[in-house]
Structure formats: structure tokens, C-alpha cells
Design a protein around this ligand. Sequence first.
Ligand SMILES: CC(C)(COP(=O)(O)OP(=O)(O)OC[C@H]1O[C@@H](n2cnc3c(N)ncnc32)[C@H](O)[C@@H]1OP(=O)(O)O)[C@@H](O)C(=O)NCCC(=O)NCCS
Length: 281
Amino acid sequence: MTDQLISGFPVRLLDVTDLPACLRLAEDREWSPEERKWRLLFEVGDVYGVDDPDGGLAAAVVCTRFGQEISAIGMMLVAKRRERRGLGGALLRYALDRAGTATAWLTATAYGRPMYERLGFRAIGECATHVGEATGLTRGTSRPATPSDLSAILALDAEVFGAPRGELLTRLQAFSERFRVVDGPDGGLSGFAGAWRNLGETVLGPAIAQDADTALGLLSDLASEVEGPVRIDIDTSRSELLAWAKEHGLHHSFSTTIMEYGAPLPGDRSRLFTPVMVALG
Ligand SMILES: CC(C)(COP(=O)(O)OP(=O)(O)OC[C@H]1O[C@@H](n2cnc3c(N)ncnc32)[C@H](O)[C@@H]1OP(=O)(O)O)[C@@H](O)C(=O)NCCC(=O)NCCS
């Protein structure tokens, strides 16, 4: 349903029937047509789009709300023929107003960063995406997750992420190629991590753990089990993750700026090692 105009164009909440138009918009900006990823985003997030009077989408953004606390912003795209006329900024403002969460989080390309800064986002770090075939891995002590681990996964996640991600994590059990956990001393978990397929690579994420050794063990176990190249999005303040990537043959592919908006991010981010994906946190 079209409910408003922004910059003279109609904006609406998209649904999965708009997926082909989203993929065409992504390709217009030389982004890969990541259909599987978009399908998950349609399931867990709000995808807003601006219809182009000449056909297709002029712009899109995904805003995934985790309770009243955090919105994760991703897939911010404006068609080349429609950029630099205020559409991107207005669409993001529209999505943030509707989400109404205390905080928002995203990782910005160099293209997007000035626009986000103008809207009030603050840079809080750098994300270095590494890719490659992982080699020389030493196995950790994790085991495959089972359905009975879900409640402990959700409990640990809520503590660390600081906002409810139950729906996403439940869906990730099937969406992920692999999902592993490390048992804690008291019947709980000391960590969990997943890996999911995206086009020609497997993304390692999320990874949440009590300490770096546990996280690296989980990531090594996942990387040893998947075929082909892996991708990992590393907050560069995590020197142990950067060293792990280098030691196991992954190379730096590109960097983005981690940004927050509104209140500081809740939770205990010292135990959050990798995001599910950069569009979700
Ligand atoms: C980043 C992106 C979404 C920006 O979309 P956009 O619609 O061009 O954004 P805006 O028009 O709101 O702002 C872009 C610039 O245009 C300027 N602008 C806005 N209205 C304008 C107007 N009427 N005339 C001239 N310039 C204008 C803004 O001041 C801004 O300048 P700045 O970047 O120097 O601050 C778009 O370039 C894009 O899709 N890039 C490729 C994908 C990408 O990198 N996405 C970001 C992922 S994090």
C-alpha cells in the first residue's frame, strides 16, 4: 500500500513479490543478486521501497527491528539514475521514524557514510570483510546445535545482543548451513556460531562467545566443515579475529564503517564476535 510521497516519489512497505525488483536495483548498483539473503530479510525485517514512475524501484532499504531497542539497517540502495536528489536520506529517515527504536546500527560504504552522518549516525568502528579458502585450521571443542539448544542460544543472545532476536535466531537454525555450540559449565552455553550460504561463499556469522578462544574454536570448526570460500566480517578492534583470518589464508576484501544512531548500543558487545550479516548486526 502506498501511504506517502518522499522526494515526490511513492514509498511503501514491500513484500516478497517485490524481490525481483530488489535484485534488479541491487544489480543497478553493481551489487550481487543475493536472493537467499533478501528472502531472509523479507521474513525478519521491514523492506521499504520507492516506486520509480518509469518502472521498477528507485530506492530500497531494509530495517530489521529487535524489540524497542535496536534497528539494523541494510541494503540501502538508490538507483543510479535517481541518486543525489535526497531520496536515500529521506527513505532512511522514513524507515527510522517508523521503527522508533532507541538505537540503530549499520555498516556504511564510503558512498553511504556522508549521508548517514548528515542524518545523525556516528562512526563507532571499522568492519574489515575477509574472504578466501580457510586453511590450516585446528578444531575447537564445539558440537552441532540441536533443537533442544535453542532456548539456551536465545538466553545467551539476549544477554549479549541486548535486544530480542528470537525470531531471527530461530529461523537461522534452518537457514544456516551449520550451527554449532560450546557447552558451558552450568548447563548453559559458553558460545554459539553459525555459517550460511550466500552465492559462491559461506558467511561465518553470527558468533557469540564468552571469550576469544571459544569464538575462534567455533569459527575454526565451522570453517573446517564448509566447502569453498568463506567470508567473515571483522570489527577491526578485534585483533584476535584479524590474526585468525590472516593465519588461515583469508584476505581483506573491503572495509565499511560501523555506525550507530541514537542511544549507545545495549548488551555486552565484548562477547559479540561476528554479526549474522552486515545487514542485520
Ligand atoms: C549511498 C546512496 C544510498 C545514497 O543515495 P542518494 O539518494 O544519492 O542519497 P541523498 O541524495 O540523500 O544524499 C547523497 C548526496 O546528495 C546530496 N543531495 C541531496 N539532495 C540533493 C539535491 N537536490 N541536489 C544535489 N545534491 C543533493 C546530499 O547532500 C548528499 O551529499 P553528500 O553525500 O556529499 O552528503 C546511493 O549512492 C547508493 O545506492 N549507492 C550505492 C549503494 C551503497 O553504497 N549503499 C550504501 C550502503 S551502506
